[in-house]
Structure formats: C-alpha cells, structure tokens
Design a protein around this ligand. Structure first.
Ligand SMILES: [Zn+2]
Ligand SMILES: [Zn+2]
Length: 407
C-alpha cells in the first residue's frame, strides 16, 4: 500500500509530510537503533534539541529530567493574545530484547523501541518542520513537548508539568498520538471522552502460621487462603460493575513455600486491576480489600497490601475531538477517520496533561496483514510501514493549525 501516492494533492500538510518522509524515516531508524530507557534518553534528547534548533525554534532541554520542549511562535493577529497549542510525543524505549532482523534493529542489548515512541518522536519533529515553514501566517504558538519515560512508572509527564511545561506561554490545548497496532494502517482512530482505563497494581502478603503438614490443627495455611482469595475474587469482583463496564482483574504472580511437607508462614500475590474510570477503580479497590479482610482474617491470618497506582484515565475533550475529527478528515479522508467505541485497556501518562488542559489523544493505525505488520505493541518483533509517519505529522500539523485558526 502506497499511502504517499494515494493522498497526493488532497491536503497540503500531507504533501509536505511526504516530501520530508525520508528525513522522518532516517530519524526514526536512528532512534530505533539507539533506544534509551526512561529518564536516560540523553542521546535522543540531544538529537531532538539539535533538530529543533536547526528549525529555529526556541528550545528548552532537561525539562523534568530528559524532556525537551520546542516553541514555535506564530506572528499572532492584532491585539488578541495568541493561544498556544501543544503537541506531545513520548521518547523512551522498553527494557526488552529487540528480536527483529532488520538493519535498523536495536544496537543496545536489552532495550528496544517496541512501543513506537521512536515513531512518535520522528512524527513530531516532522510536524515541527512543516509548521516552522508557516509560522509567519500562524495565529498562535505551537509547543512541541518531547516527554521522557512514558513506559516506566511514575512516568515523565508529571515532572515536566512540575517543571512548568504547560506555562510560559500557557498551553490552551494539547494533541497526543500513539501508534495503534490494533487499528488498520491508513486509519486514524479516537474515542470520545474516557479513552483508557484507570489502573492499579497490587502486592499482597498473606501472613499465616507455618508448620508440619501432618499437624493441620496447629497451622494457619496461607496457601489455602491465597487459593480461596484468587477463585472468590475472580467470581465475585466482576459482578460489582455494571454490565458492559470492562473490568480487568487478574493475578500475575504467586510465591510461597518450599517443599511438599512444610506449610509456609507467608504467601505473596501480585496482580492488577484496570477499569473504566478513577471512581470505579476506587470502588473496586474497596471491594477487593473487603474481600481480603473477609477471607484472610476469618481464616485467622493477617495481611499487608501495597498498591502502586498506574496512570489515570485519559479524557478526550468533546469540542477538541470534533476539531480533530475534521482536521484528520482533511488529511486521510473522512472514511479513514474512525471513532472507536470501546475503552482502551492500556494506559499513558499523557493523561496528566489532559487533566490540566483540554486534549485529544488519538491512534495512528499500523496493522497491515498483507504487509506483514501484525505484531502488537510491546512485542519484540513489533514494526510498521514507515509511510504512516507522514500521516501522523500531517494530522498533528493540521490539528494545531485548525485550533489556532478557530481562536
Ligand atoms: Zn507507548
Ligand atoms: Zn508502551
């Protein structure tokens, strides 16, 4: 599928993006070969900053760690204070071995760009290049936020916000994108309002009383209590949400005991919960803890529970989603703009930006059965057809332009 030929002449930003496709592709491949983990993206940050400076943007580095921010000032219109729209890309890679056999495969052992953040970075630099050519006609400013450490909790968005990334000039709206391996190549996809689940990871110790297997009356067996808790919670907790509300609730690790004739003192369980809203997550946590108390304490044991909150639900602002839909339609054609119904059961700390500023978070489809691009994100074989980089850059540029024009 030759996306670049298909859309020619339809949209000036798509044409401009296709003209610089080679540049975006080489940046993406360079980053792909040299992936860096969260808060260690020093080489990546240097490449981004150099590129933004070459485009004559105002550049700040070391924002909230290894974050980089580029500001493109529009000339504004008359006396009305200029608005600022932000585009956001995450720049970190994952702690996993790249198993692809392409010439741009990772050169850093145990680190790979399997979540597509190399693409997000290349796309955003592409959008910066396209928009920097038209800043004299732009009615406002565009801030390019390159955020570290999305894939490692607690994430790089909050440190950037604390370092003032949404101020000076104040950001009025934000658009964030992510590659979508579940969506068809050539499409762009967004969901109204709540985009992603709220999540928490739990780490639970059940403290019983160990002893000899032959003296069950003198022990409190935490293995049996753990088993009861696992099966009861799997049956009962999903019943606490309304029909149609997704609930992911699973145990992922069980540790305890040594041999077949000693009852251990303690069993450890680890797992996670993902639901459609922060409120529902709080409710589920209360229900889960009540269940733990019931089973563990009635069994004569005690427990300690540690929680690590994941990222909150990403919220798409309805007026901004409408604007995105129209802007994206100009780039890919309205038939390729898809409004997704179901909530996405992944998370992204772009959510923290969207909590403070009206935002739209959207997906750039990369699934292509015929092209052989079928691996999901976070797979060691994940890859995609790089022609979609042009679509990503063009849609982001169009969204920024249309937002500023509307003000
Ligand atoms: Zn990601
Ligand atoms: Zn990821």
């Amino acid at each position: 599928m030759k996306i670049s030929r298909e859309g020619k002449g339809r949209n000036r930003y798509l044409d401009a993006a296709n003209e610089i496709l080679e540049t975006m592709l080489s940046i993406r491949r360079d980053l792909h070969s040299h992936p860096e983990l969260g808060m260690q993206e020093t080489r990546t940050a240097r490449i981004i900053a150099d590129r933004l400076k070459a485009l004559d943007l105002e550049v700040r580095t070391g924002v909230g760690g290894t974050g980089v921010v580029g500001l493109l000032r529009g000339s504004g219109k008359g006396k009305i204070p200029a608005k600022t729209v932000a585009l956001r890309a995450d720049i970190d890679a994952l702690p996993m071995q790249d198993q692809k056999s392409v010439e741009y495969a990772s050169k850093n052992p145990g680190i790979a760009h399997s979540c597509g953040h190399d693409a997000h970075t290349a796309i955003q630099l592409g959008a910066a290049e396209i928009l920097s050519r038209s800043c004299d006609v732009m009615a406002g400013n565009v801030k390019f936020i390159f955020q570290p450490s999305e894939d490692t909790l607690p994430g790089g968005a909050v440190p950037m916000i604390e370092a003032g990334v949404l101020e000076n000039p104040k950001v009025d709206a934000i658009s964030s994108l992510h590659l979508g391996s579940q969506f068809e190549e050539g499409t762009v996809v967004a969901k109204a309002e709540n985009v992603s689940t709220s999540s928490v990871s739990f780490d639970l110790d059940i403290h019983g009383k160990g002893g000899h297997i032959g003296e069950p009356h003198r022990v409190i067996n935490p293995v049996l209590l753990a088993a009861t808790l696992i099966t009861s919670s799997q049956t009962l907790l999903p019943k606490r949400t309304a029909p149609g509300d997704p609930i992911i609730f699973d145990f992922c690790a069980v540790h305890g005991g040594t041999v077949g004739n000693i009852i251990p003192d303690q069993v450890n369980l680890k797992g996670g919960i993902r639901v459609a809203s922060p409120e529902l997550l709080e409710q589920m946590m209360r229900e889960f803890e009540r269940m733990i108390q019931g089973i563990v304490e009635n069994g004569g044991a005690s427990y300690s529970l540690r929680l690590q909150e994941g990222y909150p639900t990403i919220y798409n602002d309805p007026p901004l989603l409408d604007l995105w839909q129209a802007a994206a339609g100009k780039v890919v054609g309205t038939d390729k703009v898809i409004l997704h119904e179901r909530i996405i059961t992944g998370g992204d700390d772009a959510a923290f930006f969207h909590q403070r500023v009206p935002g739209v978070y959207w997906f750039l489809g990369v699934h292509n059965e015929r092209g052989g691009y079928t691996e999901p994100l976070h797979s060691p074989h994940f890859d995609f057809n790089e022609e979609v980089l042009a679509i990503g850059a063009a849609v982001q540029a169009q969204v920024a332009t249309d937002y500023l024009k509307r003000q």
